[in-house]
Design a binder for this molecule. Structure first.
Ligand SMILES: Nc1nc2c(ncn2[C@@H]2O[C@H](COP(=O)(O)OP(=O)(O)OP(=O)(O)O)[C@@H](O)[C@H]2O)c(=O)[nH]1
Ligand SMILES: [Mg+2]
Length: 194
């Protein structure tokens, strides 16, 4: 069997308050996107682990910021999903405060993976997220998720469209069912962290 891109991964900590955000010890990659877009699934597959990050068919499962220590030298940071209609206003504000604190303060954040469902047109909430990241000059790339659920033709159209929206950012297709895409995503991430 081919050597995996990342060998070792363990759960590190869940953070729910801005003051508990982990001090910059290791290079970090953060994963952000709408609730249910596939953040935890991407993390698990890229790290060749089945159940490291919690996966759920119920949106809004990842409530705090989850840190995973990878190969004892990188942090993978799973941010709670946004846009879940059932969240109360208080919860949304709490989310916003936590995420904004993380994204603006974390000194070791090398790259952000913004996940967008390949099946949908760009949604206002994703556009807002992307513009916010651009405004704060945080580097990000886009992973178009769940590409196994659309045709090759629709996928090509989606990639083209997102590249037009975000000409200065990498746009990648991703599916937990495609080993090649998992590997290329892992290699891309490793390059940024190393
Ligand atoms: N077919 C298919 N299903 C996927 C893919 N990625 C994720 N899913 C499914 O989508 C659902 C949500 O996946 P999660 O990884 O939990 O999504 P999340 O973004 O972490 O969700 P929150 O933590 O709630 O924000 C699960 O049922 C996954 O099995 C994919 O590439 N293909
Ligand atoms: Mg999750």
């Amino acid at each position: 069997m081919a050597t995996p891109v990342f060998q070792d991964a363990e759960f590190y900590i869940t953070v729910t308050k801005p003051e508990d955000i982990v001090k910059p010890v290791y290079p970090e990659i953060a994963f952000i996107g709408r609730s249910n877009v596939g953040k935890s699934s991407l993390i698990n597959t890229v790290l060749s682990r089945k159940n490291l990050a919690r996966i759920s068919s119920t949106p809004g499962k990842t409530r705090g910021i989850n840190y995973y220590l990878v190969d004892r030298k990188y942090f993978f940071v799973d941010l709670p999903g946004y846009g879940f209609a059932k969240f109360s206003k208080t919860e949304r504000l709490k989310w916003q405060n936590l995420i904004e604190s993380y994204l603006t303060q974390s000194k070791n954040l090398r790259i952000i993976c913004l996940l967008i469902d390949s099946r949908h047109d760009l949604m206002e909430i994703d556009l807002q997220m992307a513009r916010w990241l651009q405004y704060h000059e945080r580097p990000f790339f886009i992973a178009l998720t769940k590409t196994d659920k659309i045709s090759k033709n629709d996928l090509n159209k989606a990639i083209k469209k997102y590249k037009e929206y975000f000409p200065d950012h990498h746009v990648f297709p991703f599916s937990i069912k495609d080993k090649k895409l998992i590997k290329s995503t892992a290699l891309f991430i490793k390059k940024f962290l190393s």
